[in-house]
Design a protein around this ligand. Structure first.
Ligand code: PLZ
Length: 454
């Protein structure tokens, strides 16, 4: 089987879409009944099949249905689900020790992950890292460091941003429903400015102009000298896979540097080969002061990090950063194996090949589908935004229907966007060409059948 990468991560699970029951099947439906009686209703679900096994680009459910996974657990299992190296490392580490608390008695794996982060994140400067358990926790800690290092309070975020579900990161997240509604009051000193959203910005607005629009608002409404940091997703993730116009991030970075404002890149979703670079900031050579990471760092084990300029990170007093589980040894072992896998299989190159293939296929479908307003993304982070044909009016119902039809045919596709009208593809980077092609056939058919008039 031809593969986009050197080898398939989860070769033990047959890499083939195959449905044996209706979706969801009887076993999943029985589990859904138990779920409803035990799990809080506030926890959402995309595809109501319960997973039994997963490998490479396939999710096998408890009824024996095999789905092509175009979500990677929301950009987490980029090295494939149950990637062999990761499984080996987790088994071996769990057999040695599962936890000590790094703040109590340290271990080498934590240090080695921080050494790797210093090498891999943008910029050749001296760096330090702290390890945490999630993306939200990474963003929170980046803000703590930025405030302590600058002595300033204000945090600037972008429209359409997603940064997490904790109190501070809810304040930083743009979308009210479902993330914020009813959960206030939110943390103070968080200010929102316009992002660069080429599809919805005035035609011809350049990246530099979009940055000037944002920074003029900061100057007028916050005051640059009050701002500790500007936090940006280099490509907006949950907000709709919005790629800013070229020049937006570099202009923002320059504005920050000239005013002693720290630039924090939230690379939680874009990081670790996903966009066809190690980090999305690399595309335009932007070097943030602090980088928040999680998701793709550890092949599915919970781990996050803040990596930044040594003098900023070390501005925090001893004991000011930490947590019981941050940098858990099993998660660190998984991260080291995951990072080895990115290198061994050259998954940065794989992400570029996947991106080209997906973009071509979606562009071809878009030409026949007036409801597709735009195909966009970078590397293996691609999306289509759906609207009512001939307008820019978002069509979230169409996105939901297409995603549902794909699930019914054995392909897991996620939606996103402030308006819920974006279908996003985040395939594992080890997916084979055949499997990806097959899944794109299903998606193309669902799109054309659903949203093409007549
Ligand atoms: N920053 C850019 O994408 C997580 C959220 C899913 P955690 N995105 C998926 C959901 O509905 O909860 C994310 C992100 C960016 C931060 C986060 C938060 O990461 O690991 O979910 O806390």
């Amino acid at each position: 089987m031809a593969s986009l990468s050197v080898a398939d991560g989860g070769a033990s699970v047959p890499q083939r879409r195959h449905l044996v029951t209706e979706v969801p099947g009887p076993r999943s439906r029985a589990l859904a009944t138990r779920r409803a009686a035990a799990v809080a209703a506030g926890v959402a679900g995309t595809l109501p099949v319960f997973v039994d096994r997963a490998g490479g680009g396939i999710l096998l459910d408890v009824d024996g249905n095999a789905f092509v996974d175009l979500g990677s657990g929301i950009a987490v299992t980029s090295v494939g689900n149950a990637a062999p190296e990761v499984v080996r490392a987790v088994r071996s580490q769990a057999g040695r020790f599962t936890h000590t608390c790094f703040m109590v008695t340290p271990y080498e794996e934590y240090v080695e992950v921080c050494e790797e982060l210093a090498r891999l994140t943008p910029g050749g400067h001296d760096k330090r890292s702290v390890l945490v358990n999630s993306g939200a926790e990474a963003v929170e800690n980046a803000v703590k460091v930025a405030r302590r290092a600058t002595g300033r309070d204000a945090v600037v975020v972008l429209d359409h941003a997603y940064h997490g579900r904790t109190n501070l990161t809810m304040a930083m997240t743009a979308k009210a429903m479902p993330y914020k509604t009813g959960f206030g009051p939110f943390a103070g000193e968080v200010y929102r400015v316009p992002a660069s959203y080429p599809l919805r910005d005035p035609a011809g607005l350049t990246g530099a102009q979009a940055a000037a629009r944002a920074t003029a608002m900061i100057d007028a409404q916050v005051g640059a000298d009050q701002v500790a940091c500007v936090v940006v997703e280099p490509i907006l993730g949950e907000g709709g896979f919005v790629v800013p116009a070229a020049g937006f991030l570099p202009a923002l970075a320059t504005w920050c540097r000239d005013r002693g404002v720290l630039l924090v890149a939230d690379e939680v979703q874009t990081g670790f080969a996903r966009t066809g670079d190690w980090f999305a900031c690399d595309d335009e050579g932007v070097v943030p002061d602090l980088v928040a990471t999680a998701k793709g760092i550890a092949g599915g084990l919970p781990l996050g990090a803040v990596t930044g300029r040594a003098e900023l990170m070390d501005a925090v007093h001893v004991g000011g950063l930490g947590g019981t589980y941050g940098g858990n040894p099993v998660a660190c072992a998984a991260a080291l194996a995951t990072l080895r896998t990115y290198r061994d299989l050259d998954l940065v190159a794989a992400a570029r090949r996947i991106g080209a293939l997906v973009h071509d296929r979606l562009t071809d479908v878009a030409a026949r589908t007036p409801a597709v307003a735009q195909v966009r993304g970078r590397g293996a982070m691609q999306a289509v935004e759906l609207v009512r044909p001939g307008t820019l009016e978002p069509d979230p119902a169409a996105a939901r229907r297409v995603a549902q039809e794909c699930s019914r045919r054995g392909v897991l596709v996620l939606t996103c966007g402030t308006y819920g009208n974006v279908l996003r593809l985040l395939p594992p980077l080890v997916i084979s060409v055949e499997l990806l092609d097959d899944a794109l056939d299903v998606l193309a058919a669902a799109l054309v059948e659903d949203v093409t008039p007549g």
